[in-house]
Design a protein around this ligand. Structure first.
Ligand code: 2AM
Ligand code: CA
Length: 254
């Protein structure tokens, strides 16, 4: 299906401006807990209300699934939205948080946008056509040695009280790599693999709305996306994204 999207970047950037208006006034921000380690702020809600409204008006043929408001009717072809990925970082005034919007048609993610307003970085990908950051085409790093690699991960599994808390895996991989980072937004982590800022990223216990857009961006930039056993595809409960060249080396440590 050839989907024409007009004014899409404008819509995403406007959502970013809404988030920024709260970010620049954090002392006034209302923060609530959805569960003991999971936050929602009024900014998350405002961004999602805006995106749901505009996307429904502009593309009435698609349904909507957002982290905060759940699923509308028509989940066959739908927007998958995380209004703020990295809410905790956002609420602390840090830089690494993003708006994540993906379009799924017939079970396939065909468009992905991740916008980090505090960095003013806009990542976009279209299935089979490539990935861009701020209008420039991007590709994964060319690092071939795991021992030289810079990797990133996250610990949503700890926040979800999972028995496998990623700590042993992290230690194992940290001992075999040069750099390790933890940015706190899975959507942005995947974009950083796409852009070659890190050579690989893995995390467990995520949701589709955290990774749908970022995984397409990474894949279109040349990344290999698998679960921890190396099965290709999108597995939110176990995602491993690498530049491809270090895939086998990292997979053996998962
Ligand atoms: P969020 O900021 O939208 O909640 C960071 O490790 C990643 O985990 C982020 O993408 C974050 O998304 C997600 N995350 C945060 N809390 C979580 C929880 N309790 N369970 C699962 N994922 C979570
Ligand atoms: Ca999220």
């Amino acid at each position: 299906m050839n989907i024409i999207i007009t004014d899409f970047e404008k819509t995403i950037r406007e959502a970013g401006n809404i988030a920024l208006s709260y970010y620049l006034n954090l002392e006034q921000l209302k923060v609530e807990k959805k569960s003991p380690r999971d936050f929602v702020t009024e900014a998350d809600l405002a961004v999602e209300v805006y995106l749901k409204d505009v996307l429904f008006k502009q593309y009435p043929q698609f349904g909507f699934w957002g982290e905060e408001s759940g699923q509308s009717e028509n989940q066959t072809n739908r927007w998958i939205v995380d209004p703020i990925d990295g809410t905790h970082s956002f609420a602390k005034g840090q830089y690494f948080w993003a708006i994540s919007v993906a379009l799924e048609v017939n079970g396939e993610i065909i468009i992905g946008a991740v916008y980090a307003p505090a960095l003013d970085d806009y990542y976009f990908a279209k299935k089979n056509l490539g990935a861009w950051k701020n209008g420039q085409q991007i590709s994964v790093s060319t690092e071939t040695s795991l021992s030289n690699a810079m990797v990133s991960t996250g610990f949503a599994c700890i926040r979800s009280y999972l028995t496998d808390n990623n700590l042993q895996r992290f230690c194992r991989i940290a001992e075999r790599t040069t750099g390790q980072r933890r940015f706190g937004s899975a959507a942005l982590d995947l974009c950083m693999v796409a852009d070659g800022q890190v050579d690989a990223f893995w995390e467990q216990e995520l949701n589709l709305y955290d990774i749908a857009a970022g995984a397409l961006i990474a894949q279109e930039a040349g990344a290999t996306i698998t679960d921890f056993k190396g099965n290709k595809g999108l597995y939110p409960k176990q995602i491993l994204a690498t530049n491809g060249a270090i895939f086998e080396q990292l997979l053996s440590l998962m």
